[in-house]
Design a protein around this ligand. Sequence first.
Ligand SMILES: *[C@@H]1O[C@H](CO)[C@@H](O)[C@H](O)[C@H]1NC(C)=O
Length: 289
Amino acid sequence: MAALPCFLFCLLLFASPSLQSQTPPDVRKHLKKLNKPAVKSIKSPDGDVIDCVPIEKQLAFDHPLLVNHKIQTKPNYHPEGLFEDMKVTSSAAESVDQKTGSIKQLWHRNGRCAQGTIPVRRTTRADVTRAKKVEHFGMKKQKYQAAAPRFQPQSADPGFIQTGHEHAIAYVEDGRFYGAKATMNVWKPHIQDSNEFSLSQIWVLGGTFDLDLNSIEAGWQVSPDMYGDNNTRLFTYWTGDTYQATGCYNLLCSGFVQLNSDIALGASIYPISNYGNSQYDISILIWKV
Ligand SMILES: *[C@@H]1O[C@H](CO)[C@@H](O)[C@H](O)[C@H]1NC(C)=O
């Protein structure tokens, strides 16, 4: 009988401090907020876990403004015809979805999410820990915020360098636009340093840089800092205030509402283009309803 209290005591003594030190409370809390209960989880070959989360349970609806939000399952305006050229030209036909012609993601090899659920890349403790501050996880770093393309004439030259950030852009400005579409080849650029990244994206901007820049971005990125590997991943980003207090990648904060059950934001794109071999591209269309 005397052994029992000691047994309990020892267990507590050993178990609780080690759990505490493994995952700091703020990280644990953040992970709990991001990773919603899934009806099914799929292990991707790249190490990701993809959680199939009921549409109405996604993080977006945690926002006070979206409580009791009525989910719109179809846009009230759909730019007809703009999806018809989304065919993939490839000799590696087996890696491309035969029915839709659309490119797969790596996790599709191990399963799919059912209709009514959305695939969400599960955020790991390591992901959050790589961020300097837990509350900044999923947001662009301060030092890159200044690297958004200010539309000065000289910045239209491809390959110019601004705050260590090289990019080439093509753009239109000053007009009334209701949408934009971009098709981009999907590559896996070499990343020299873990805090560097490489990407290709479509970027829709409104407002002014010094005040209230609104941005919607989508494309692919290789970002070891963000994902812990060098894979080419699909991403989205948004901000409503010049990258200051609002916005994030993918579904890492309330913002984008996802309906699609096939594509996981932040998950690896597969297949990707190779030099002297098959070429793969993604098309992204952003429009106002
Ligand atoms: C990513 O690539 C770099 C350089 O090629 C390499 O040093 C690094 O170990 C890779 N990172 C991971 C997580 O595989």
